[in-house]
Design a protein around this ligand. Structure first.
Ligand code: BEZ
Ligand code: FE
Length: 296
């Protein structure tokens, strides 16, 4: 029997492997696999991997898999630190100019956070520097969006999420869901978040160390914003004065997501907000895109 394409050689490796695939009924796989095979072979050819190096790569991926469980997704972390998560996010959220930009979800979102009264304090253990966050949810024409759900979560003043400190922080600390009224306004109280390292006790942490990179994310608040008829937006708001604002370990910072954190020294305002003293004032509007206008 004649060989189906040709024998495998260093020169012909890409064509030989692609020709072997006979994908039927899955057009996307048919389109994607040749690209993956070509890029992978090109990388090995350019690097001229030794057997030991290739085995090391395979063992690295094996350790990455072994690190995964219901809570820990080391492959997503790998994708994050390689900038691939942000690239996929960018490709899939080509929003019109006026709209708020998206960024990574991260591993610490919890479904089922409590719906709270507008203005509630999401800090349940009174630890940290008081902060009030407010703004509007608007459409791209500048009109308020009513009935928008603002799902917010953040790390505490030591850089830990509640789920990383079970038994230390109260359940659902620094999390909450708020619903806008007809004016599209939102506000809530919290504490100023702090920078923190992404989980770095596994192979991704070792990789960052070998690459001479730190594992820190600048202080931020996470948001998932949803409203009937609008595309759901997953995003952050960042503290501009954070030491890691220009070197986020996962490349999540975008200029438009950097808010103003203003320190307020005003006894009357503190009293009205039931804060003991000075507090941080963070103002940020979000602009949502109608689902029908979201570019594919
Ligand atoms: C986070 O911001 O929660 C996060 C994002 C990516 C990787 C690790 C943590
Ligand atoms: Fe985070």
């Amino acid at each position: 029997m004649e060989h189906e394409y040709g024998y495998f050689t260093e020169t012909d490796s890409i064509d030989v492997v692609i020709a072997r695939n006979r994908v039927v009924g899955n057009e996307r796989l048919k389109e994607v696999m040749p690209v993956i095979i070509r890029k992978l072979h090109e990388a090995v050819k350019e690097i001229e991997s030794t057997q030991e190096e290739w085995l090391e790569a395979i063992l690295f991926l094996t350790r990455t898999g072994h690190m995964c469980d219901d809570w820990r997704q080391e492959f997503i972390l790998l994708s994050d630190v390689l900038g691939v998560s942000m690239l996929v996010d960018a490709i899939n959220n080509r929003t019109p100019g006026a709209a708020s930009e998206s960024t990574v979800l991260g591993p610490f979102h919890m479904k089922g956070a409590p719906l709270r009264e507008m203005g509630a304090n999401i800090c349940l253990d009174a630890k940290g520097e008081d902060m009030v966050v407010s703004g509007r949810i608007l459409d791209t024409a500048g009109h308020p969006v009513a009935d928008a759900l603002i799902d917010v979560w953040q790390a505490n003043d030591e850089g830990f999420y509640d789920v990383q400190q079970r038994g230390i922080q109260p359940e659902f600390n620094l999390r909450g869901v708020f619903r806008t009224g007809p004016d599209g306004r939102y506000w809530f109280r919290a504490v100023k978040p702090k920078f923190y390292p992404i989980p770095n006790d596994g192979p991704v942490g070792q990789l960052l160390e070998m690459l001479g990179r730190h594992p820190y994310r600048p202080a931020h608040l996470h948001y998932i914003l949803s409203a009937p008829g609008f595309a759901t937006l997953t995003t952050h708001v960042f503290d501009p004065d954070d030491p890691y604002i220009h070197s986020d370990a996962v490349f999540g910072v975008k200029e438009s997501l950097i808010a103003k954190f203003e320190l307020v020294r005003d006894a009357e305002r503190s009293k009205a907000l039931e804060f003991a003293g000075d507090f941080w004032d963070v103002k940020h509007d979000f602009v949502l895109v109608r689902a029908k206008d979201q570019a594919a």
